[in-house]
Ligand binder design. Structure first.
Ligand SMILES: C[S@@+](CC[C@H](N)C(=O)[O-])C[C@H]1O[C@@H](n2cnc3c(N)ncnc32)[C@H](O)[C@@H]1O
Length: 247
């Protein structure tokens, strides 16, 4: 019993450190985000971001209208968070370093067939399944024919295979957990995750949105001129890409 209590106490310590890292400020935080983190208690932060995002929706809608009238190719990085990409229009809720503040539950604020490429990485698992399917519908609508959608999500299928297999992958991604199940439940319940994916499930959402041939891709492998994938997401991510058909 003593050993088990020690093991569990050590794990709770690891959990506390991880939570502190998440809740504290970090190098990629915008100034606004730093101020918000100091001023707003953790449990109200999500609500505060949504309230500010909602309040400025009309302004941001006008901004989107202006942006889509400009000539350069439009490439959207949705749910960009602390990882904005240059050459992409970064979109997220208020508080992140973005060009467009937008709640993607309201769709994508551009005209049909106006966008050349869309990328999102570790966004879909934060959105309930029905809304996530709706977001892929919106991606399809705003992409021009021949335009590319690239999506990255945590590879829950690989973690589950590892859980029932030799545990190497799960141990590499979540080291020092006393059991494989504790590592798994972090993926399923932490970070406000609401939906989990394997290749089959993500491909189903692509196809349902109208992309006939989604294909699984490795990190960095893309029909885009350069893959926008984030290095720190490499090990944990399932990437999928598809083109909107020409006709
Ligand atoms: C885990 S972070 C991923 C950030 C970045 N893509 C990365 O890989 O590090 C998930 C991001 O999705 C954003 N997000 C979640 N729901 C959203 C919504 N309804 N509208 C816009 N952004 C949303 C969050 O604000 C957050 O920045």
């Amino acid at each position: 019993m003593g050993d088990a209590r020690r093991t569990l106490a050590d794990y709770f310590e690891l959990v506390d450190v991880a939570q502190d890292r998440l809740n504290g400020t970090n190098a990629t935080d915008s100034r606004l985000r730093r101020i918000t983190k100091h001023a707003v208690p953790v449990r109200f932060r999500g609500t505060a971001r949504m309230l500010v995002t909602d309040a400025i929706t009309p302004i941001q809608r006008r901004k989107a209208r202006r942006i889509q009238q400009e000539p350069p190719a439009l490439r959207l990085h949705l749910g960009s968070g602390g990882q904005p990409k240059s050459g992409w229009l970064n979109v997220d809720l208020a508080g992140d370093p973005v060009e467009l503040v937008w709640d993607l539950a309201h769709g994508v604020p551009f005209e049909d067939a106006r966008v050349d490429a869309i990328f999102h990485e570790h966004l879909l698992e934060h959105i309930p399944l029905r809304a996530g399917a709706g977001l892929l519908d919106e991606c399809y609508r705003v992409l021009r024919p021949g335009g590319i959608l690239r999506v990255g999500v945590p590879d829950a299928g690989a973690l589950l295979e590892s859980y029932t297999g030799d545990g190497t992958y799960i141990g590499a991604l979540h080291p020092d957990r006393p059991t494989r199940m504790l590592a798994l439940q972090e993926l399923f319940y932490w970070h406000r995750h609401t939906t989990m994916f394997d290749e089959e499930t993500l491909a189903l959402l692509f196809r349902a949105a109208g992309f006939p041939e989604p294909s699984r891709r490795s990190f960095g492998e893309s029909d885009l001129d350069s893959a926008p994938d984030t290095e720190r997401r490499r090990a944990e991510t399932l990437y999928m890409e598809a083109r909107k058909p020409l006709a």
